[in-house]
Design a protein around this ligand. Sequence first.
Ligand code: SF4
Length: 51
Amino acid sequence: MAEIRCYVDSCEHWGNQMCQAQAIEVRSEDEQKTPKRSDHTMCATFKPPGT
Ligand code: SF4
């Protein structure tokens, strides 16, 4: 898998400035709109710690 740099340190999959998940899923922030900027997308694999 590609290395994924991530700064979301509140995610269960985060470690050492990188995503440690085997795979991630990225979706449009709003399914009714076509993303035009990176902040119109979101990581659906995000998981709060301890859940
Ligand atoms: S799952 Fe998403 S939010 Fe969590 S560390 Fe990986 S890329 Fe970042």
